[in-house]
Write a protein that binds this ligand. Sequence first.
Ligand SMILES: Cc1cc2nc3c(=O)[nH]c(=O)nc-3n(C[C@H](O)[C@H](O)[C@H](O)COP(=O)(O)OP(=O)(O)OC[C@H]3O[C@@H](n4cnc5c(N)ncnc54)[C@H](O)[C@@H]3O)c2cc1C
Length: 294
Amino acid sequence: MILSEIRFHSPQNLAEAFKLLKELKEARIAAGGTDLFVDMKQGLIEARDIISLHKIEELKGIGKKDKRIRIGAMVTAQEIISSSLINQHIPALADAARSMASYQIRSMATIGGNISSAVPSADLPPSLIAADATVELRCSESSREVTLTKFFTGPRETICQTGELLTFIFVPFPPPNTGISYQKFALREANALAVASVASRLTLKDGKIDRAAIVLGAVAPTPVEALKTSEFLSGKEPSQSLLEDASLMAKEEAKPISDIRGSIWYRKELIPILTRRALTEALSQAQGKSRTRK
Ligand SMILES: Cc1cc2nc3c(=O)[nH]c(=O)nc-3n(C[C@H](O)[C@H](O)[C@H](O)COP(=O)(O)OP(=O)(O)OC[C@H]3O[C@@H](n4cnc5c(N)ncnc54)[C@H](O)[C@@H]3O)c2cc1C
């Protein structure tokens, strides 16, 4: 990477960033740079102008807004791990952040970058989708909010258009008796992308499963909701055998590819195991049992 050929822009606020995005249509957006600069170094992408978001205070911080949790796009994985709001209401997201990379990478890697990269094995999207997260996309004139499921259109492809920034992630506070769990299998404990991952969410009402969601990671072009399995669970009384049956069903909804980290067969074999673990932990949380932190 020859840095002298690259112009680095550091807008101080969103207004300045949108002005630059309008002027420099080919510019690349940099958040933590842990994906972008690796891709540039490997020659996968080129950039003459880089617009860095790191000085934009509006995009930082985790707080409550309109009865939802609002996470700024520039919040790092390490900040998610340390957030009392996240640990209290969506601990699965903190677990997912904790499973990422290494301390050094987590201190730079942002949630906005993890989502915008749209890499199928990314750790944060599955539990966010299970928690019904939406993302705000803003350009100089307008903003729109879409569900995270609709944001992804393919591997490294999203609906984010030139001139737009992912600004915030919104997560509704989970209703009472809800548990969400994230389970990941990687080839090493640290600095390893998921071979497969599963986020499960269960909400209980009157002793039955009122709402179930199972989101599979790294086994399809985008994070994918196992809709048939979720429907199968809804309305039923939870039991270990029900969770076993659901875990086997989820396997059929995975459409993995073979790559350097695992074959189609291996990934498919992982899905029932991870789904069973995720459902068991989600159920335990939903029943109010204390969770064992990873
Ligand atoms: C050694 C190593 C280990 C890793 N391990 C893991 C892992 O275990 N799990 C995992 O999920 N990831 C892992 N990653 C990938 C990476 O760290 C994450 O995806 C990270 O969250 C990306 O965030 P970033 O802020 O660095 O994004 P950047 O690299 O700055 O940006 C990534 C992409 O998103 C775009 N972008 C960034 N922010 C915005 C925004 N607000 N609006 C619009 N577009 C935006 C950029 O233009 C770029 O295309 C690893 C990377 C490395 C180098």
